[in-house]
Design a protein around this ligand. Structure first.
Ligand SMILES: [Cu+2]
Length: 367
């Protein structure tokens, strides 16, 4: 039986899809072994590795490798140092993209230079603490996890070792996102295809840096030295920094994300620990999957959208005017004072029809 979505597709496209051999719900190891494999090199956010919006061919095994890196990270203009923990050296960790039905095969490396055990919990995975139960590794070890991407959407992954280590590792930087695309791509509420020219991944983090008696942020020699003080600040639930991509200013000025008028951009926004509310000043969310899950129809024309702590959402927008757009957490105190601001630099021609200054600022005429 044809679904409404299939009925909307061309006969040729439907025939192509029907010819794709699908792996059974419970594939045997031999069936998985027979699948094509693709090795993907991850790139640091806000960029995302090259991928197809619509899958070519049937399911495959997509191989990723990430090394965990514990390292000090400068998180603001004042040189405040966070004892950071990272997937692949970046905060957030890199975004992975696969299609529904693909298998994700991750090699997770915990180099001997690190000091702590780590693991990875994929919200996109099923069972075993999202993989966390099968991936806990000590410094000097690596592990390989495979899971089947059975649900579409943008999903957070994060480190989840145990107890108080879990929130500490997450608020020290250990989270990222995987996007599982429908095999036939994104669609609007009518089942019509949606596409993007560019995708940017913005990970928002709340940091909790202890202060000394004079109110200055404290620096520590090691993660272990910082732990007790940091935990006290964390328990107060008031972050000292709320930033995009690991540091205040990481995506502003020279680091602005670039687009052109007429280009459609997919903005994926994650927050592994705390609620947030992205807003594109001077723009909109044309189509927004607030919860990030593509089985649900996108909301349209949003001004601000809500990202629940522990999730990633996706917003599609076609830029219609040139200029610098601030993309903020619309708790404006967090945006301006704590750092949660990014910039899009958009080039192209101004559209007077959408906005025009009819009269320049000047003195109020006397009566
Ligand atoms: Cu960890």
């Amino acid at each position: 039986m044809f679904t409404r979505r299939q009925a909307l597709m061309s006969v040729a496209a439907a025939a192509t899809l029907a010819a794709i051999p699908l792996v059974a719900a419970h594939a045997t190891e031999a069936e998985v072994a027979a699948l094509p494999r693709e090795k993907v090199a991850l790139v640091a956010p806000p960029f995302v590795h090259v991928h197809d919006l619509v899958a070519k061919g049937g399911p495959k095994v997509v191989e990723f490798t990430m090394a965990i890196e514990e390292k000090p990270v400068v998180i603001d203009d004042e040189g405040t140092v966070l004892q950071g923990m990272t997937f692949n050296g970046s905060i957030p960790g890199p975004m992975m993209v696969v299609h529904e039905g693909d298998y994700v095969e991750l090699t997770l490396v915990n180099p001997g230079s690190n000091s702590m055990p780590h693991n990875i919990d994929f919200h996109a995975a099923t069972g075993g603490l999202g993989g966390g139960a099968l991936t806990l590794i000590n410094p000097g070890e690596q592990v390989k996890l495979r899971f089947k991407a059975t649900r579409t959407g943008t999903f957070v992954y994060h480190c989840a070792p145990e107890g108080a280590m879990i929130p500490w590792h997450v608020v020290s930087g250990m989270s990222g996102t995987i996007m599982v695309l429908p095999r036939d791509g994104l669609k609007n509420e009518k089942g019509e295809p949606l596409s993007y020219d560019k995708v940017f991944y913005i990970g928002e983090n709340d940091f909790y840096v202890p202060r000394d008696q004079d109110g200055n942020f404290k620096a520590y020699e090691s993660h272990g030295d910082s732990y007790a003080d940091t935990l006290q600040v964390m328990k107060g639930l008031i972050p000292t920094h709320v930033v995009f991509n690991g540091a205040k200013g990481a995506l502003t000025g020279d680091n602005a994300m670039k687009a052109r008028v007429g280009e459609t951009v997919l903005i994926v926004h994650s927050q592994a620990n705390r609620d947030t509310r992205p807003h594109l000043i001077g723009g909109h969310g044309d189509y927004v999957w607030e919860e990030g899950k593509f089985a649900n129809p996108p909301a349209q024309d949003l001004e601000t959208w809500f990202i629940r702590g522990g999730s990633a959402g996706a917003a599609l927008y076609t830029f219609l005017q040139p200029g610098v757009y601030a993309y903020v957490n619309h708790n404006l105190i967090e945006a301006v004072e704590l750092g949660a601001t990014a910039h899009f630099l958009v080039e192209g021609d101004w559209n007077d029809d959408l906005m025009k200054q009819i009269e320049a600022p000047g003195p109020i005429p006397s009566l």
